[in-house]
Design a protein around this ligand. Structure first.
Ligand SMILES: Nc1ncnc2c1ncn2[C@@H]1O[C@H](COP(=O)(O)OP(=O)(O)O)[C@@H](O)[C@H]1O
Ligand SMILES: [Mg+2]
Length: 402
């Protein structure tokens, strides 16, 4: 049996002794939530060995189920888990069905099932109706449900419907819901240098509260809390001294007419430091204007990539007709902000002060909307162009080893 962290032992004790119907592990990324749940889920399936019952694993996508659950499960079982055509696999003589649960119609996959247990991975990435359907399908005697999740907005259904009901009992006195909070430091098996580097690179404010301390906090106030003019602004002359280190140029594009449209030019060094060297921002300009700007950039930096807002496909097509290498940007808002914020925190993103104007107006006005958990859509135009450029170029899946 694997050695457990003290927090994982607490969770296991609760599972074995208190026997909650629904057990929730909420908290920081990499804190050891999924690992202990995989063990508990296998223990639970083993109790019904050879009975041919159904169990459910739910995750956002089949790929995330493979990455987060099945790979670790294979390592624990010491055997390969190959899904059949209906995405099921036999474990201890029972059928375990893997369902992707992110879409509004995902719940239909679990319809009609009678399951003896479920493991739901990354609860906030699942559709609420899917979570509720799976729970209601777990009607076999002694069925148990395990939900692991990262924190998000405190208004999220995973928080309100389960975590906030920690300790709730059923009419017969049985514990219905038990919830545990994990922090990054609970995982004592992580290398201390690795933990230190995560702490050092996690943006201050909401991201640190959620990703390190596992807290369900809403986003509030200024978005880039680590941005400081005396750190992140550099002069043209300072930039000229490091210009030779740039290994790749690229651009970010946010279309706008009533709002400002914006194109920024970014340069990246081999160690991943990024410099913003040109900002173009204007209101009430037609696409011809932006084509001219892009052609000017191409003449100065070569045939570079332009990561574009995909909301105006006709503009992206026009760029391509003009022989500008336009690609649709990855527009994931919170993940993109986290990536740009990470670079500010690490002091790996610098802005040439003489090259910008609108950026300086925006940077402290760019704030979270507490209700939606997304930025207020004002003072965001150059910020969006930067985010499209940086996130599409450097998003974690492009980084080796993540
Ligand atoms: N008790 C343990 N023994 C060995 N490795 C562990 C243990 N708990 C967690 N890990 C490892 O730590 C990493 C993060 O754990 P994981 O459960 O995936 O975190 P979370 O689900 O909270 O993001 C994984 O690589 C996992 O295999
Ligand atoms: Mg996990």
């Amino acid at each position: 049996m694997a050695e457990l962290t003290p927090k994982q032992k607490e969770v296991m004790d609760s599972f074995i002794n208190e026997k909650p119907k629904i057990l929730v592990a909420s908290g920081a990324k990499r804190a050891g939530k999924t690992f202990v749940f995989i063990l508990l889920f296998l223990m639970h399936i083993a109790k019904y060995e050879g009975q041919g019952l159904s169990f459910i694993i739910g995750g956002a996508t089949q790929a995330s189920i493979r990455r987060n659950i099945l790979d670790d499960m294979e390592a624990i079982l010491g055997k390969e888990l190959k899904l059949n055509k209906s995405n099921a696999v036999t474990i201890f003589g029972n059928k375990v069905y893997c369902f992707d649960g992110a879409q509004s119609d995902s719940w239909k996959k679990a319809r009609g099932f009678t399951a003896a247990g479920a493991l739901l991975n990354e609860g906030t990435a699942l559709h609420d109706m899917f979570v509720k359907e799976v729970i209601s399908r777990c009607s076999y005697k002694g069925a148990r449900i395990l939900i692991d999740t990262n924190p998000e907005n405190p208004a999220h259904s995973v928080k309100k419907d389960y975590i906030d009901n920690d300790g709730q009992t059923l009419a017969n006195g049985r514990l219905n819901i038990k919830a545990f909070n994990f922090i990054l430091f609970d995982n004592i098996f992580l290398d201390s240098e690795y933990v230190e580097s995560i702490v050092a690179s996690t943006p201050s404010g909401m991201f640190t509260d959620r990703d390190i301390h596992g807290l369900w906090v809403s986003a509030e106030g200024v978005i880039y809390k680590d941005f400081k003019k005396d750190v992140h602004y550099i002069s043209q002359e300072q930039f000229e001294n490091v210009r030779h280190k740039i290994v790749k140029w690229f651009a970010g594009v946010d279309w706008g007419y009533e709002h400002f449209g914006s194109i920024v030019v970014l340069g990246k060094t081999s160690d991943g430091t990024i410099y913003l060297v040109e900002e173009h921002a204007a209101q009430h300009e037609e696409i011809d204007y932006w084509v001219d700007i892009a052609k000017g950039i191409k003449s100065r930096y070569g045939n570079i990539l332009f990561y574009c807002d995909s909301a105006r496909p006709e503009h992206v097509r026009r760029f391509r007709r003009e022989k500008i290498k336009a690609l649709n940007a990855d527009k994931k808002v919170v993940a993109g902000i986290e990536e740009v914020g990470r670079l500010y925190k690490l002091k790996k993103f610098f802005i040439v002060r003489d090259a910008i104007k609108r950026f300086d107006d925006e940077i402290y006005m760019y704030v979270w909307n507490e209700k939606t958990g997304e930025p207020v859509k004002l003072w965001d135009d150059v910020q969006d162009a930067i985010r499209y450029g940086i996130y599409t170029e450097t998003r974690p899946q492009n980084r080796k080893g993540e």
